[in-house]
Design a protein. Structure first.
Length: 277
């Protein structure tokens, strides 16, 4: 089924709202190609007023690639591809409450994540996104040259501590598993657009290859701050029935924990990506 979409940029840096499409319906190739191109052009795309079953969310997500089955969190009953992203009224912590790119500690980090909002606060709980093409392109030529020859170590060692206070169901035995570590380039090239982006973020990038943590910290702290400058960002306000799809290969995101006493509940699907290069 072909549906003509409209794409409206959300900010000058990244993000666009797509209207004119019902994601619960099978998409024709032309409509899907337009949505895919909007993702590449804007790094994160948003859909309002959707009414999706779990099967329909999975079917749409699958068009973009293989889907990740989480080793960390329990999945939605009957839908192993879907993780329930939830903050209960008495919860203190939430998932994603710091700037990061999903699963960068894996050899093949996530291509993208699709979050469908089912319950959300009347206000608060927005998500922010930061364009890492711009983060790279605004560096000095000398810094670009130096970083182009550097690789970094990415680790999920901090996940255990950050799960405290969250309402998500962690899989039994997960805290006792071996820690994941991968080495990736600090500047990665997008496999579809060919553009270069900065690829470091505080929770998972722990040090540069062949350097210790103390030696790495000053430059990493500079890059963390630079990568999230306000002019690189957009901010999305959620409503029930909203779906966001962000490209983890060139974008960071941050879920704001600025609400309490109310429930926020969403379904997340993650698309498997490629090995950064």
């Amino acid at each position: 089924m072909t549906q003509k979409i409209d794409v409206t940029p959300l900010s000058g840096a990244c993000g666009a709202v797509i209207t004119g499409v019902d994601l619960s319906e099978p998409l024709g190739n032309e409509t899907f190609a337009a949505i895919h191109q909007a993702l590449l052009d804007h790094q994160v795309i948003f859909f309002r007023d959707q009414n999706l079953t779990p099967d329909q969310q999975v079917a749409f997500s699958w068009r973009f690639g293989d889907l990740r089955l989480s080793e960390q969190y329990e999945s939605l009953d009957g839908h192993p591809e879907i993780i329930e992203i939830v903050k209960e009224p008495k919860s203190t912590g939430i998932v994603g409450n710091l700037w990061h790119s999903d699963e960068s500690f894996l050899p093949r980090p996530a291509l993208g994540s699709l979050l469908y909002m089912i319950e959300c606060p009347e206000f608060g709980g927005d998500t922010m996104f930061a364009n890492q093409y711009l983060a790279y392109e605004t560096l000095s030529d000398g810094m670009k040259d130096m970083l182009s020859r550097m690789r970094a170590v990415y680790s999920d060692a901090s996940l255990g501590d950050r799960n405290k206070g969250r309402a998500l169901k962690v899989k039994a035995g997960y805290e006792d598993r071996e820690i994941y570590e991968s080495v990736h380039p600090v500047v990665r090239t997008h496999p579809e657009t060919g553009r270069k982006s900065l690829f470091v973020h505080k929770p998972y990038t722990i040090r540069f290859e062949n350097m210790n943590v103390a030696e790495s910290r000053p430059l990493l702290e500079y890059l963390y701050a630079h990568s999230t400058r306000p002019e690189f960002t957009c901010r999305f306000r959620w409503h029930e029935g909203s779906l966001a799809f962000w490209d983890n290969r060139c974008l960071l995101h941050y879920a704001l924990n600025d609400y309490s006493g109310v429930r926020r509940y969403a379904h997340r699907v993650t698309v498997v990506g490629d090995a950064p290069h």
